[in-house]
Unconditional design. Structure first.
Ligand code: BGC
Ligand code: NOJ
Length: 811
């Protein structure tokens, strides 16, 4: 069953009922100001950091769900409704929500009054615009009231939810003309404030939640709206809100627009206010002025659309698979931008108060983003690397506002360091910018202790080399990519989290997955050394890679697949000798994509085992058989009920690893079959089962052991976005950036037909036509660049050349 449809021309997903299985959301904002925006106008806004600078409040675990957002109430002769249906939930005569790239537009109507709200964050200002357009479609004059409503958060979202004894006395607002200023904390020289404005003088306002709602009432029936007039309340403490009230009349056929702006202002040092409590309103007024008319708003929205059009033109495909085209050309890249911006911090499944930017997460997110805005990727790399310690290990997370490592979580995830090599090599291949390696980057954010980025990469590599276990495989530490595989976690006190218990550096538990990573990224590191002409270092790295390769074959192969790990007692994990958890997905995907076992014929065997034991119609499960009880030596993984999350859920993130691995051994049919299984556009028709948004990936789909097999959770913030984009763009469609140019090496289903890719690479445009006349799955017979056949499959990048016409013949 579907709850909407894709409008590819507009690059929008159109939701046709507010009653989606779960809130289906969008992200507004590209740089510093962000909002989560659901199909019923729910969500919240923040500046840079969803925990520390939260502008509007959001209640998690709320019932009904998604209750809280940017609302407009319309009261026409006692009939009260919201354009986004929530929170009043009056039946609407029509409803449509269009989620586009960085904007959402909800249009609905009741009794021939149409209301349409367009919400977006403009490219260059720290604010969210809500443009409301009301149209009278009836033959009679209509008089009605309109109330806007947002609830302010007192900035630090955790404090806001907990420190009531203080917070209920600190709220401060000010109202001037049509602008409501939220000044809480300004007094303490925090020097920032929020405002909510309208471009027209209202007939009244409210800033006290209690006055607006009335006692013992919820946002579904505010007293002020029912009484049809505002109370002009000025909040003092308690819960500040912002609501404008308009009494409006529309002639038949008449339309009227009102522009609301929710903004954030941080006064510069030199603009500091004179006396406590008096804010400098000038910067807010400047922003409000920039969006003061419908025309100005239309222009700003147009600029945003053009911005996205430009970004997406960096990679686009035309094939005979429309669902693939729309994912590659629009939604997958869009989600890569969102995961790059948010890491794992703020979604409808991540509270925005817990996790900031993840080290491994952000490094991987960058793989799917670097082709969009390489400069931002560069800056991010330097931020991430600054949270690395001298010994190569790293803070697992950092706070986006301060960019400092998170002390509560600390370090000890032994895969983290190697992901830095992954993202740096991706960045250099994309841009050719080796200068980044010479940048001085602090250790542990201590500017007095810095080294070049190249040195950071060396420390990453060395960290693995110097942390090997009894089988010469990498020590796993607290966990590797699989956060829940806590092999050194012997004890957990009730209420304690798994990842913060146990020794941060495990005694001997080893990870075959990190071994696969080391082979892959050790080779990447070596190739960087090669490009730099540092052949001794290249040799040293390749030697270590060879040793690791041998260690995997020696101690990491289980007969028909790769072992997952050795636990702290050196017992096998992910082996046919185990009673449960006999085979895991991660080492099969990663070892093969790193090239391990290909020449020995083991790779094919491992991937056949994946198909035989882990595959389902909804995707490949993480492990089988699921753990049915809790194992002290395995940790959190066995704490999940079978079929969910890391305990045999379909963890979408590592499905593309297996798909890539299939391309490594040339099986394009299977690679694409895997791609399609978790791809949201292909799941749109079963939205009642899948339940999350059909335009973005979710972290997990419930596995075969779960009660609700096929049901997805944790949409949006997942490394799946980046890895699937890498898979489909570089390995299936086969256009791969490399140091000296673009490599073309497709691996597609035999009946895939011909296709074209437009790729912008280092400012040059490549128009690539791939012809598969022999219906093969892999192999390139001939490449013609601008009329001339080239040798091999690397199209050399030539400085100064702006277009490349390329025809590729597979066979
Ligand atoms: C795990 C969580 C863990 C999180 C953070 C998830 O996949 O299931 O329990 O806290 O990753 O890294
Ligand atoms: C989600 C985390 O964000 C990611 O870092 C981890 O690799 C996966 N869970 C698997 O545990």
């Amino acid at each position: 069953m579907k709850f909407g449809f894709f409008d590819d021309n507009e690059k929008e997903y159109v939701i046709t009922t507010p009653k989606t299985p779960l809130p289906w959301i969008n992200y507004l904002g590209s740089n510093d100001f962000f909002s989560l925006y659901s199909n019923t106008s729910g969500g919240y806004s923040f500046y840079k950091d969803a925990k520390l600078l939260r502008l509007t409040r959001y209640r998690y675990n709320n019932i009904p769900t998604d209750n809280g957002g940017k609302y407009f109430y319309i009261n026409e002769n006692g009939t009260i409704w919201n354009p986004g249906w929530q929170p009043v939930k009056a039946e609407l005569d029509s409803y449509e929500c269009r989620h586009g790239l960085g904007y959402s537009k909800i249009t609905s109507s009741k009794n021939q009054l149409e209301a349409s709200v367009t919400a977006f964050v403009p490219l260059n200002d720290n604010c969210e615009i809500n443009q409301l357009i009301l149209t009278n479609h009836s033959n009679e004059k209509k008089t009605f009231s309109l109330f806007s409503y947002i609830e302010f958060c007192l900035w630090n979202a955790v404090d806001d939810m907990t420190n009531f004894q203080r917070n209920l006395s600190i709220g401060e607002v000010e109202v001037e003309d049509s602008v409501i200023y939220h000044k809480t904390e300004y007094r303490e020289r925090r020097n920032h404030y929020a405002y909510f404005s309208a471009n027209e003088k209202p007939d009244g306002f409210d800033t006290s939640r209690d006055a607006f709602l009335g006692s013992y009432r919820g946002i579904d029936h505010p007293q002020v709206v029912e009484q049809n007039t505002s109370s002009n309340s000025i909040a003092s403490g308690w819960s500040p809100i912002a609501s404008h009230y308009f009494n409006l009349t529309l002639e038949p056929g008449e339309s009227k627009g009102i522009v609301f702006v929710l903004g954030y202002i941080e006064n510069k040092e030199e603009e500091k206010w004179e006396s406590p409590g008096i804010i400098n309103k000038a910067p807010a007024k400047t922003v409000i002025e920039r969006y003061f008319t419908d025309e100005k708003v239309t222009t700003a929205l147009h600029e945003l659309k053009e911005y996205w059009k430009h970004l997406l033109s960096n990679y686009s495909v035309e094939s005979k698979e429309p669902k693939l085209n729309r994912m590659v050309n629009i939604w997958n890249q869009y989600q890569c931008m969102v995961t790059f911006n948010m890491s794992r911090s703020a979604s409808y499944f991540e509270s925005g108060t817990g996790r900031g930017m993840g080290f491994r997460d952000s490094c991987q997110d960058l793989l799917g983003f670097v082709h969009l805005i390489p400069d931002r990727a560069r800056e991010r790399i330097l931020d991430i690397a600054s949270t690395q310690f001298e010994d190569g290990s790293a803070y697992h997370q950092y706070q986006p506002l301060t960019k400092k490592g998170n002390l509560d979580i600390g370090s000890g995830f032994n895969d983290d360091p190697l992901w830095l090599i992954a993202c740096v090599s991706a960045y250099i291949k994309e841009t050719g910018d080796f200068s980044i390696l010479a940048e001085l980057v602090p250790f542990d954010n201590d500017k007095t202790n810095s080294a070049t980025l190249f040195e950071h990469l060396k420390r990453s590599l060395n960290y693995t080399i110097t942390h090997l276990g009894p089988h010469k495989l990498p020590l796993i530490g607290r966990a590797d990519w699989n956060d829940c595989l806590n092999l050194n976690c012997f004890s957990k006190e009730p209420g304690e989290s798994f990842q913060t218990t146990g020794p941060s550096e495990g005694p001997i538990a080893e990870s075959v997955f990190i071994a696969g990573m080391f082979v892959k990224y050790g080779k990447e590191y070596a190739s960087i050394c090669h490009e730099l002409g540092d052949y001794d270092e290249e040799k040293r790295a390749l030697l270590a890679v060879d040793e690791m390769y041998d260690a995997v074959l020696q101690s990491g192969w289980d007969g028909d697949w790769f072992l997952r790990a050795y636990d702290a007692a050196s017992e096998k994990v992910g082996s046919k000798e185990c009673s449960e958890g006999q085979i895991f997905i991660e080492p099969q995907g990663f070892c093969v994509l790193a090239g391990i076992g290909v020449k020995e014929g083991l790779a094919q065997k491992a991937l056949d085992s994946v198909k035989e034991r882990l595959d389902t119609k909804y995707g490949i499960m993480l492990l089988q058989p699921a753990y049915t009880k809790y194992y002290l030596n395995l940790g959190e993984i066995s704490s999940y009920p079978p079929g969910y999350k890391e305990n045999a859920g379909i963890f979408c993130h590592n499905n593309p690893w297996v798909s890539i691995a299939e391309t490594v051994i040339g099986r394009g049919d299977r690679a694409f079959e895997i791609y399609k299984k978790t791809c949201p556009a292909y799941l749109e028709d079963i939205s009642e089962i899948h339940r999350t948004e059909p335009y973005v990936y979710s972290q997990m789909i419930a596995g075969a052991d779960a009660a609700f097999h096929g049901e997805a959770k944790n949409s949006w913030l997942t490394g799946t976005a980046a890895w699937t984009f890498v898979n489909v763009s570089q390995f299936i469609l086969g256009i791969k950036p490399d140091y000296k140019g673009l490599i073309v090496d497709p691996c597609v289903p035999s009946n895939f037909g011909n296709y074209t890719v437009k790729r912008v690479f280092r400012d040059a445009e490549y128009f690539i036509t791939v012809k598969n006349l022999d219906s093969v799955q892999k192999g390139v017979k001939k490449i013609i660049v601008d009329g001339v056949e080239i040798e091999g499959n690397l199209i050399p990048f030539e400085e100064g050349k702006t277009t490349y016409q390329v025809t590729v013949f597979m066979g």
